[in-house]
Structures are given as structure tokens and as C-alpha cells.
Design a binder for this molecule. Structure first.
Ligand code: GDP
Length: 701
């Protein structure tokens, strides 16, 4: 039952935080540590034993990767932190992007041994795109081969970032080595922090910086201050005059520059051994933004009864009309739990909201907050800046805006790439077909990057972002929904387009039912650079053809361009269709005539523009021990790959390659066997490109 608590709070102390990292960098272990030290959990879970808080989906535990993000709230000193768990696997880019969209700040975790890995670059760029202020955390300093300095350097040069180390490690490497990693030096306060191994680092001893680290610490502190000069004249003047610099001033400058995305304070530790986690939480509180520090969101708004569209801003004002974004849907026994970031106003339980993108009203029956300690708590009202789970929504899916019914606003939609691979599913019985439909409906509400349609053979076709994406969907259908269905082999999702621009004239000269019909339409169809669905534009001079006839022609061109191409009927894309002109006759022109002319023009253009088959190209990020580099590159060349970049980084090398999806089936196991299990790859859709003749021949009808 609701306990009547209203979630109106001091927004300055709220942090909507994400931890983003390359897979295996230690994100889950770090999350566990945070929950443990905040007092929310009495035991540190272990990813290696499958007992962590955030990897709640059995599929995630099986695979040891975090696929579906969840939100856990906990208190740290004066703040409350909403921690969104983001997936580390780039095959789930859309999940990462959805989370980034609703976060206010992030901690990016790097492994002190592997450093900036191929995927870290991908997530870093995503965070840039969504303008998420960041802290960097160099983890695993207790591992053999750990190098703090190398990783700082890499973050600087490879990511083009502006890391400002505010800590340095005391020692590096495992406990059996001399000078093993045992604590950190806080460069702002010039104090040494030692973490007690007996209680997993819960007890921290603070002391003067030990003699052996003092010179190093002074150098790093100076470097830190110098990096801050550009952001504060006051700090620079004090430093140059060799005056004492107040601790508070350093905090303030670090905070301001972090929020403005000018710098990333950098900390370090070992999540597994409980070193450096509490100071990282302090830094989250100290330097990362609250919802009030973030710029207002913008969206399209319109009057009550349609009316003109305007761009509107919404700031985190509790008294403004409500607006929020659904960023995740999780199935729950009591009904789907939809996770919402609230941008303005407040949301009450038992209320109605508008889903402006679908022009539907929806029900907010219950509001839930997931606490790490009490697990969950039902509340009556939640205010802007916060994140809440809603039960009751029927019409809304991930990516949808919700708003006050009287004050519509449509926030910018979350964009997803085109799907690149599909798999046919056939239920064995009619009863199974019903079950399959409802299971797929649920999966699609959670994951809009999964597309579902029927093919010509009456099979259900599911399409997604990669082989792993479909594999996981398959496992969920079998395991979570107990379906008895037949899965076909995954197939590449081809598309079609034309190679060159053509101007064509489509005409209608017909007698239908004793009546003469006439229309003439001049249309240009040209390939477009962007991987988008075909677009139809009307540039017919005003007054040459009545608007209702042109509207009919536009609708016809839109529907024709949704159909298949001439090579093998694959969906069309990358096309721009422009109506350049037309002729009509007041006696014999009508909508039907213009539809016929539009159709004729489109068909002529597809033929005249030279049809081309497009195949999806994937971006591969590979990390491999140097010794296997040659084999892996050789294998990639056999797969028609273009090597975009290789970086040799001592023992490990990073490769970025672009290769057709068609050549990448089973690639994750292939790369493992090429490298005795030591190399890893991730892939995501990059673009659609013209397929070579030999691929095209296979599909030509
Ligand atoms: P994620 O994939 O980023 O969530 O990484 P996990 O938290 O699952 O960690 C990957 C592996 O690294 C697990 O076996 C962890 O026990 C291990 N690990 C995590 N943090 C540390 C650390 O600080 N030191 C060492 N030596 N191992 C760690």
C-alpha cells in the first residue's frame, strides 16, 4: 500500500547516475560495492557467483553481461542516487543510448590493465552525443600489468577527453608483488587513504601522504591545478602566487568544469577489493550535476485542439505541467513496470496522462520506487527530476513521451538504427501462435529495436540489431514464455535502392466507367546518403495542380515507396522522391488519376534509376592479444572486411573493422577459436552499402 510519502525533495541532492563501461571492466562489481558501502546491502554480491543486485535477469546471469538496465535508489551521505544500470555490451547500443538520454551524469569505468578498449570509445562517444557529464574511474589496479599512468594517457589521447586525475594510486598490482596496490592519495586534500582488506574496504584510514609517495603526489597535484587554471582565474592567481588554495575552491571549480563537460575528474581503485569506492561516491555527490544543473528539455507543443506547433522548453519546475519520458519497460507479475524520467511538474498515482506521440490517453495506476534496501516502495506522487516506475500504462512503450493532458508536449524521440538481421518463427499450433503473439508484443514494448512482422509465407519474422540480439530474444521466448515454436536460421535483412537520380513523367490517360481520366506528374527519384526510410517531398509549383490532387499523389508515392524493390522485393530505403511539377485538367482530373500517374512515375523511376541491392555493414570493435592480430586480420579480410584502424597497445591490440553482416554469422565463436579464447569482439550496425554482384546474384528473381 502507498504510505503517503510524497517524493518532493530537495533536487540539489539528487543524482541520476549511470555507470558505463566496456564489458568486464568491473561495472557490476562497482555497483555492488556502492550499494554495500551506502548501507543498502549487507553483503557484497559477486558477479562470479551470479548473486548481484542489478543483473536480475537470468539471461544476464547466464551470460554474465548486463542487458536490461534497472534502476536502484540509495542514499549516500546527504544525497540520494538513482543508479541506472546500463549494459556494457555494444550489441545493446540502443539500451545504452536510452539510459544516457535520461541520466544527468555518469561514471565511466576503465580497467587499469586493458585501458581504453574498443568499446570504451563507443560508449564515450555516445555519452558525448547525449552531453552527459562524467567522472572516470580506473578500476582493477590490483591486477598484474595494471598501469594508472598509461590509462590516463590513453583516455586523454584516444578519447580526446580532458581527464583530471584527482587521485593517484598507492602502488600497483596484486598483493604478492612488492609495491602492491593498497590505497589512494586524494590530491585535493593531499591525504592518503588506506582501505582495510579485512572488512572489504569498509574501514578507511586517513593519514599524511607517506614519504615514498610524496614527490609523486606533489607532481600530480600540480598537474591537477594547472589543468584547472583555464577554468578559474582565482585558482590560478593563488597557485602562481604560491598561496594556499582553499579546498572548497578546488571542489567548486572541478564541479563547474565537470558540469560544463570541460573536464572529467579521474579517480581510481579496485572494486573487487573495496578500494576507492566511497571516495568515488563522494565525487558523484560533489561534482556530478543534479537535475537542476541540466538544461531544460525541448519538445514540440500545440494548442488544445490541434493548432499550430511551437517549440517549448520544460525546466525541472514542480509547479509546471507534467512531462516525462518512458525509457524502459520491464514485465512484472502485477503488470508491466514502465520506467519514467520526469522532466517537469509532478506525477500522481491514479491519474491520467497523455501520450502525445500516439494521441492516446494512458493510465498511471501506481508509482513505485525501487530501493536497494526496502527493495520497493509504493508512493503517491513523484516530482520532476526523479525517476519512477509506473504500473498501469497500456498504450505507451519505451521511447514515448507522457505529459499533462491539458499541456501537450512531444519530446524528441529516441532514434534507433535499422534492423540488420531477421529470423523466421513458426508456431506449431494455433494456441502457440496466440502465445507467441502476446510474448512478442511484450518483448517489443520493452525493446523497440526488435521489429516484428509477418512474411509472405505466413511466418513471423523478428528482426534486430545483431546475431546476439536475436539469440537472446530466442532464449527468452523459449525460457521465459515456454513456447513451442520452430526457429529458422537467421537471415541478413537486405534492402534495395536505386543507384542514380532520374526524372520521370507519370501519366494517366484512361477511360474508366465512360469517363475520361487525365493526370500528369513529373517526379525526381534519387538515392539519398542517409540510411533512412524513403521520403516524399512535394515541390510542385503552387497553383499548377490543386492541393488535394497532389496530396493523393504524395500518399500514393509514400505507399509505393514502402513496398519492395525490383531485384527481390526487399524493402526500399535511401530514396528521396520529389514531385517537381504536374498538369491537370479541370474536367477530367481527379485523385484516382493522380494516384495512377504517381504509381507509373515511381515504377519508371525504379527501373530507370538502376536498382541496387543494399546489405548491412557492421562496425566491429575487436580487442586481441598482439600475437593473434595477424590471424584475426587475415580472417577479417576473407570476410570482405575493411580494417578502419588498428592500435597496438603493448600486449593488446584494438581493431576497428567494417564488414558485411552476411559474413559475420558465428563471428564471436570464430574469433574465440582464432585466439584461444582471448580475443573479444562486439558489433553494431554501421550503415547499408551496395552489395557486390555475387551477393546480388543469389537473390535476383
Ligand atoms: P562488468 O562486465 O563491467 O559488469 O564487470 P564485472 O563487474 O562483471 O567484472 C568482470 C570481472 O572482473 C569479474 O570476474 C570481477 O570479479 C572482476 N573484477 C571486477 N573488478 C575488479 C577489480 O577491481 N580487480 C580485479 N582483480 N578483478 C575485478
Amino acid at each position: 500500500m502507498a504510505d503517503g510519502r510524497q517524493m518532493t525533495r530537495d533536487l540539489t541532492t539528487l543524482r541520476n547516475l549511470g555507470i558505463i563501461a566496456h564489458i568486464d571492466a568491473g561495472k557490476t562489481t562497482l555497483t555492488e560495492g556502492m550499494l554495500f558501502y551506502s548501507g543498502a546491502k549487507h553483503r557484497v554480491g559477486s558477479v562470479d557467483k551470479g548473486t548481484t543486485e542489478t543483473d536480475s535477469d537470468p539471461e544476464e546471469q547466464d551470460r554474465g553481461i548486463t542487458i536490461y538496465s534497472a534502476c536502484v535508489a540509495f542514499e549516500w551521505k546527504a544525497s540520494r542516487i538513482n543508479l541506472l544500470d546500463t549494459p556494457g555490451h555494444v550489441d545493446f547500443t540502443a539500451e545504452v543510448e536510452r539510459c544516457l538520454r535520461v541520466l544527468d551524469g555518469a561514471v565511466v569505468v576503465f580497467s587499469a590493465r586493458e585501458g581504453v578498449e574498443a568499446q570504451s570509445e563507443t560508449v564515450w562517444r555516445q555519452a558525448d552525443r547525449y552531453r552527459v557529464p562524467r567522472l572516470a574511474f580506473i578500476n582493477k589496479l590490483d591486477r598484474e600489468g595494471a598501469s594508472f599512468e598509461t590509462v590516463v594517457e590513453e583516455i586523454d589521447t584516444r578519447l580526446g577527453a580532458a581527464p583530471v586525475p584527482i587521485q593517484i594510486p598507492c602502488g600497483e598490482g596484486p598483493s604478492h608483488m612488492d609495491n602492491s596496490f593498497h590505497g589512494v592519495i586524494d590530491l585535493v586534500r593531499m591525504r592518503q587513504l588506506t582501505f582495510d582488506a579485512q572488512d572489504k574496504g569498509a574501514t578507511i584510514t586517513e593519514s599524511e601522504v607517506a614519504e615514498e609517495h610524496l614527490d609523486m603526489a606533489r607532481l600530480w597535484r600540480e598537474a591537477m591545478l594547472e589543468k584547472l587554471y583555464a577554468h578559474s582565474d582565482e585558482l590560478m592567481e593563488l597557485a602562481l602566487a604560491e598561496q594556499p588554495i582553499p579546498e572548497q575552491l578546488i571542489h567548486q571549480v572541478l564541479r563547474q568544469a565537470t558540469i560544463e563537460m570541460q573536464i572529467q575528474p579521474l579517480l581510481c581503485g579496485s572494486a573487487l577489493h573495496g578500494i576507492g569506492v566511497q571516495p568515488l561516491l563522494d565525487a558523484v555527490q560533489e561534482y556530478l550535476p543534479s537535475p537542476l544543473d541540466m538544461p531544460p528539455v525541448t519538445g514540440m507543443s500545440w494548442g488544445k485542439k490541434g493548432g499550430r506547433e511551437t517549440t517549448e522548453e520544460r525546466a525541472p519546475e514542480p509547479d509546471d505541467p507534467f512531462c516525462g519520458l518512458v525509457f524502459k519497460v520491464v514485465p512484472a507479475k502485477t503488470g508491466d513496470l514502465s520506467w519514467i524520467r520526469i522532466y517537469s511538474g509532478s506525477l500522481k498515482a491514479n491519474s491520467r496522462v497523455l501520450n502525445p506521440g500516439r494521441d492516446k490517453r494512458d493510465n498511471v495506476a501506481q508509482l513505485w520506487q525501487i530501493h536497494a534496501t526496502r527493495r520497493e516502495q509504493q508512493i503517491d506522487e513523484v516530482s520532476c527530476g526523479d525517476i519512477v516506475g509506473v504500473i498501469g500504462l497500456q498504450q505507451s512503450v519505451t521511447g514515448d513521451t507522457l505529459c499533462d493532458t491539458r499541456h501537450p508536449i512531444l519530446l524528441e524521440a529516441i532514434e534507433f538504427p535499422e534492423t540488420v538481421i531477421s529470423m523466421a518463427i513458426e508456431p506449431e499450433t494455433t494456441a502457440e501462435r496466440k502465445k507467441l503473439e502476446s510474448a512478442l508484443d511484450l518483448l517489443q514494448r520493452q525493446d523497440p529495436t526488435l521489429s516484428i512482422r509477418a512474411n509472405e509465407m505466413g511466418q513471423t519474422l523478428i528482426s534486430g540489431m545483431g546475431e546476439l540480439h536475436l539469440e537472446i530474444t530466442k532464449h527468452r521466448l523459449l525460457r521465459d514464455f515456454n513456447l513451442d515454436v520452430k526457429f529458422h536460421k537467421p537471415q541478413v535483412s537486405y534492402r534495395e535502392t536505386i543507384e542514380q537520380a532520374v526524372d520521370v513523367t507519370g501519366e494517366c490517360h484512361r477511360q474508366i466507367g465512360g469517363q475520361q481520366l487525365f493526370a500528369r506528374l513529373v517526379v525526381r527519384v534519387e538515392p539519398s546518403e542517409h540510411d533512412t526510410q524513403p521520403v516524399v517531398i512535394n515541390q510542385c509549383p503552387i497553383d499548377s495542380v490543386p492541393i488535394e490532387l497532389l496530396d493523393a499523389a504524395v500518399a500514393e508515392l509514400e505507399s509505393a515507396s514502402q513496398g519492395g524493390g525490383l531485384i527481390a522485393g526487399f524493402p526500399l530505403m535511401k530514396l528521396r522522391v520529389t514531385i517537381l511539377g504536374g498538369e491537370f485538367d479541370p474536367e477530367s482530373s481527379d485523385e484516382v488519376a493522380f494516384r495512377i500517374a504517381a504509381n507509373e512515375a515511381f515504377e519508371k523511376a525504379l527501373r530507370g534509376g538502376i536498382p541496387a541491392l543494399l546489405e548491412p555493414i557492421m562496425k566491429l570493435d575487436i580487442s586481441t592479444p598482439e600475437v593473434h592480430l595477424g590471424d584475426i586480420v587475415g580472417d577479417l579480410q576473407q570476410r570482405r572486411a575493411i580494417i578502419a584502424r588498428t592500435d597496438n597497445r603493448g600486449v593488446y591490440s584494438a581493431i576497428e573493422a567494417h564488414a558485411p553482416m552476411n559474413e559475420l554469422f558465428g563471428y564471436s565463436s570464430a574469433i574465440r577459436s582464432l585466439s584461444q579464447g582471448r580475443a573479444g569482439a562486439s558489433m553494431e550496425p554501421l550503415a547499408y552499402a551496395t552489395a557486390p554482384a555475387e551477393v546480388r546474384r543469389e537473390y535476383e528473381i
